[in-house]
Design a protein around this ligand. Structure first.
Ligand code: OAD
Length: 255
């Protein structure tokens, strides 16, 4: 399971890190409280703060996967990944090549968009163009507001999360939790669905959730990629991770 901390090495701010997190940097939008930027009821009244945040955030515009994402891809390639549950909406797991059947985007996706009123699908490419040009997209059918199909506070999580999380966690023989404060439910709860003696590993700056309270918990505090590099070194996977990182680097052209 993963959260925003896995993507900070790609240059994307997480939500709650003091000072650098998204919620500490929204003062220009005059929000009543930071989380309002991702609240459905607030978006209906004022879509501009979210659209303006989305402008710099749109997947594939500014960011690429990093070692953390490739580590999960490598687990998949080696037949070790039963499922990745991510809270992230940056799409970097897809760009890293993790297959859709192994990926549950529990807080939705920027891959598609729809009207918040009549639910009519809307072209994500059109939405992206409009957001990049500071135009507020509206529905061709009912004039309702359009947003990417990411989950806002006040919206239910995708059915696949509820269909698969409990089963996958119950029968997992190892749970790895990467880069999340485990503050947002129901997502955070899946860490505790594993059996009491199932080994769990936390890779994060801080100790979060119930990690450290079970007999087979391991906690690697500090920078995620530094920990992953150590794990890969022990597994003999370092060269493969390096190759994956290099493969997806933007090609520099000479002028
Ligand atoms: P948070 O910002 O709440 O937590 C990120 C965690 O990653 C924190 O514990 C950081 O200390 C840690 N972290 C960040 N960079 C790190 C690094 N390089 N190495 C080690 N640790 C690092 O993000 P999430 O838990 O993903 O929901 O937030 C959960 C949900 O809250 C999001 O999906 C979003 C947000 O509101 C919605 O928008 C619905």
């Amino acid at each position: 399971m993963s959260g925003a901390g896995i993507s900070t090495a790609s240059g994307i701010q997480d939500f709650r890190s003091p000072g650098s997190g998204v919620y500490d940097n929204l003062s220009k939008y005059n929000l009543p409280y930071p989380e309002a930027v991702f609240e459905l009821e607030y978006f209906k009244k004022n879509p501009k703060p979210f659209n303006s945040w989305a402008k710099q955030f749109f997947p594939g515009v500014n960011y690429l996967p990093n070692t953390g994402h490739y580590f999960i891809k490598l687990l998949e390639e080696k037949g070790k990944l039963s499922k990745l549950f991510t809270q992230n909406i940056d799409g970097l797991e897809r760009i890293a090549g993790i297959k859709e059947d192994k990926l549950v985007e529990a807080h939705g996706t920027f891959n598609s968009a729809s009207c918040i009123s009549c639910k009519e699908a809307y072209s994500i490419q059109t939405l992206k163009t409009q957001i990049l040009e500071d135009i507020t997209p509206t529905c061709h059918k009912c004039q309702g507001l359009i947003k990417p199909n990411i989950i806002f506070f006040g919206e239910p999580l995708p059915g696949r999360f509820f269909d698969e999380a409990e089963f996958d966690c119950m029968f997992a023989d190892l749970l790895i939790c990467i880069g999340t404060s485990l503050e947002v439910y129901p997502f955070a709860g899946i860490a505790d669905v594993t059996r009491h003696t199932t080994p769990r590993i936390l890779l994060n700056n801080d100790l979060v959730g119930s990690f450290g309270t079970r007999p087979n918990d391991s906690v690697l505090l500090g920078d995620i990629n530094a920990s992953i590099e150590k794990i890969c070194d022990r597994l003999g996977w370092s060269q493969q991770i390096l190759d994956m990182n290099n493969l997806n680097k933007p090609i520099k052209t000479c002028s």
